[in-house]
Design a binder for this molecule. Structure first.
Ligand SMILES: [Zn+2]
Length: 679
């Protein structure tokens, strides 16, 4: 079970587990004019101009799927976290309770020898529990247990705010149960997707063999997995449709939900999962549960057991013995192109962050994040909010009524910076030295139970959806808040040593991006309190749609890899946020420069570039990016963000401010004839 914030949109795809350290010849982590390719023309290809030298000097490390500023920072954070964890690992009886948990978790994870010696045995009790189910109703108890300790066969069960009463947390059931990254992988017939299905079958065959089945049984089991997952994929809503919260808004009585899948006995499931009593829930995709019903009816008990065991094996594989780890990585390699597995210590730091993120995070912020950092960020957030407010007021296409409502929403956005005010209490989570898989499963169960226990309770607005070392940021529509973990408040996003222009192009545009999410194609459907409520006049909504479809068309024509185009509708929210974010960040910079007493100094060139040019160079630097083609291909299906190249060029070609700053002329590629502008 994973942590769900409904409408949680971030700055980049969370690709935990893909990273590697920079070699000494790598370009500087922060902003540097050395990254610029002066032979390129900024008006022809600004991305090439801002990143050309960086691209020339950068190679994707073997254990990476991509190399980009986020990953560079993530790598640096890993080293900091490792130091914390190694110190906490010392088996010292006087350790603090937090050090015992994070230290013993990490120490157990690092004990590769012990994991290898145990083979599949740590998972045996749970595999046996599935195998022992005498009939389908009894298997439901086993499925509930599997959902608690990690993966989500058949569907997802979680808690989140009620779409129409954001203060109240309710139960959700939603589509799920796939092992490949998206429904497209099961449904599309092109060569690449067909190949991935074959890899899945090979991988599952290998895993079942390792778990003790005969080669023939293992091969048959793998076909069972593919058959059931394909049935579920066919009933899954695609990612573009899921972007519209109205398509996921199906609150009903528990009895109604139960009757959608009468073969599944949902009441038995909810009891086995330890859910508190409730009478209503949201069924995000009711048609999907009709399919679950069909699968449970048509598949044999044995086939269902095979499918559920598969999810458990696949989920636990990275924490079992080497043959399981290798088989699991081989599949990863097919999907992403990553050449080598990450060093074990990196995987273990990641896993500790996933299991005990707010315990490890406490130590991380003590070391890295000071009060001054928080103050400077708050000042920038204020400046960006003022700019967005002015921007909304100046929109020629929006009526006064809708502007008033938009301002109410903007004023209500909450800011979270650095780390949570209240840290999560892990005292009831047992972490035992030497019990790698047990710790992992118990941590999953702790988190699942914490989520389920929220059903029927008021929303806890103090909660965070990312851990402090995370190099990312997010906006949550149902909470109407923007969140910036300490991990992102570093160069090249935010550099104390750099001029304001570069910082406004970096973290300023990030803040603007998150604020704009409150007003993108998804965010605009939520009111200041986070309720799904239409506050737009009909005419203004139409005007919005027209402008948004300009952005969808623009990005839908960009080539991501080979001949594969971006999905303009899937990436619409992120592209809207990128465009709005850059615009209001530049407005905020101009505003600040105009108030600067020594405005002469503020407008001085540095390294031969004006502040506005440095703003765009700072913006470009954040998105300098190299990606493996396999990974690019996967992201076209699953990632709502555009590749770095277009996060830069797609934005600047819509901005007259850019063209002015660089002296670009009509007809040049970075001057779009029909420039798009939403915000
Ligand atoms: Zn975003």
């Amino acid at each position: 079970m994973r942590f769900y914030f409904l409408l949680f949109v971030c700055l980049l795809l969370v690709t935990a587990g893909f990273a590697q350290s920079a070699s000494a010849t790598k370009p500087a982590v922060g902003f540097s004019i050395d990254n610029i390719d002066k032979a390129a023309d900024p008006c022809v290809d600004f991305y090439q101009y801002a990143c050309g030298n960086w691209l020339k000097q950068t190679e994707i490390p073997a254990d990476q799927t991509e190399w980009v500023s986020f990953v560079e920072l993530y790598e640096r954070n890993l080293v900091t976290e490792r130091d914390i964890l190694e110190k906490a690992s010392a088996n010292d009886p006087s350790r603090s309770a937090i050090d015992q948990k994070i230290g013993d978790y990490y120490n157990s994870c690092m004990d590769e020898k012990a994991a290898d010696a145990k083979g599949v045995s740590p998972l045996k009790p749970d595999l046996d529990r599935i195998a022992a189910a005498p009939d389908k109703p009894a298997l439901i108890d086993a499925i509930a247990r599997v959902h608690l300790i990690g993966p989500n066969p058949l569907f997802n069960f979680y808690s989140s705010s009620d779409l129409h009463n954001a203060e109240q947390v309710i139960a959700y059931i939603d589509q799920g149960g796939l092992s490949l990254p998206d429904r497209d992988y099961y449904i599309k017939d092109d060569a690449k997707m067909t190949e991935m299905r074959k890899h899945l079958v090979d991988y599952a065959t290998e895993m079942f063999t390792l778990a003790g089945k005969s080669p023939q049984q293992a091969a048959d089991s793998a076909q069972t997995v593919l058959r059931i997952e394909t049935a579920l994929a066919k009933a899954s809503m695609d990612r573009t449709l899921r972007r519209d919260p109205k398509n996921r808004d199906h609150k009903m009585s528990k009895d109604q939900a139960v009757s959608l899948a009468s073969n599944f006995y949902f009441n038995r499931y909810f009891a086995a999962a330890g859910a508190p009593a409730f009478s209503e829930l949201n069924v995000s995709n009711p048609d999907f549960f009709k399919q679950v019903n069909g699968v449970v009816e048509s598949e044999s008990l044995d086939a269902l057991k095979t499918y559920v065991s598969w999810h458990l094996l696949n989920n636990a594989a990275p924490w079992l013995s080497k043959p399981f780890v290798d088989a699991n990585f081989k599949m990863q390699k097919h999907l992403t192109g990553q050449d080598e597995i990450q060093a074990r210590w990196k995987r273990c730091v990641d896993s500790t962050d996933g299991a005990l993120g707010e315990a490890l995070g406490q130590k991380y912020v003590e070391l890295t994040f000071g009060a001054d950092g928080k103050q400077r960020m708050l000042k920038m957030v204020d400046a960006l909010e003022i700019s967005l407010n002015q921007d909304i007021h100046s929109l020629p296409w929006m009526s006064e009524d809708t502007k008033k409502q938009a301002k109410l929403k903007l004023d209500a956005i909450r800011n979270k910076i650095g780390y949570p005010d209240v840290w999560r209490d892990y005292s009831s989570l047992k972490i035992e030295r030497g019990d790698l898989l047990g710790n992992y499963l118990r941590a999953n169960e702790f988190e699942s139970r914490r989520q389920i226990a929220k059903i029927g309770k008021p929303l806890d607005r103090k909660e965070w959806g990312m851990t402090p070392p995370t190099v990312n940021a997010y906006y949550s529509g149902s909470r109407n808040e923007i969140v910036f973990p300490a991990g992102i408040l570093q160069p090249p996003f935010f550099d104390k040593k750099m001029d304001d222009a570069v910082n406004f192009g970096g973290i300023g545009a990030v803040i603007g991006h998150e604020l704009t999410h409150g007003f993108d194609d998804q965010g605009r459907k939520f009111d200041p309190q986070g309720n799904l409520r239409d506050w737009w006049t009909e005419q203004d909504a139409k005007e919005f749609e027209t402008r948004a479809s300009c952005v969808a068309d623009e990005y839908g024509n960009f080539i991501a890899v080979d001949d594969l185009k971006l999905n303009g509708k899937l990436t619409l929210g992120e592209n809207t946020a990128d465009n709005g974010g850059a615009r209001i960040a530049l407005m905020a910079l101009r505003e600040m420069m105009s108030h600067d007493r020594s405005s002469e100094k503020a407008s001085q060139k540095i390294d031969g570039y004006t502040p506005e040019q440095r703003f765009f160079l700072g913006y470009g630097r954040v998105w300098c990016e190299k990606r493996r083609p396999e990974f690019s291909r996967m992201l076209v299906s699953v990632d709502p963000h555009s590749p770095g190249h277009y996060r830069v060029n797609g934005v600047v070609q819509n901005m007259p401010e850019f063209q002015q700053a660089w002296g670009c002329k009509a007809g040049q590629p970075m001057v779009r004839a029909n420039a798009c502008r939403v915000w």
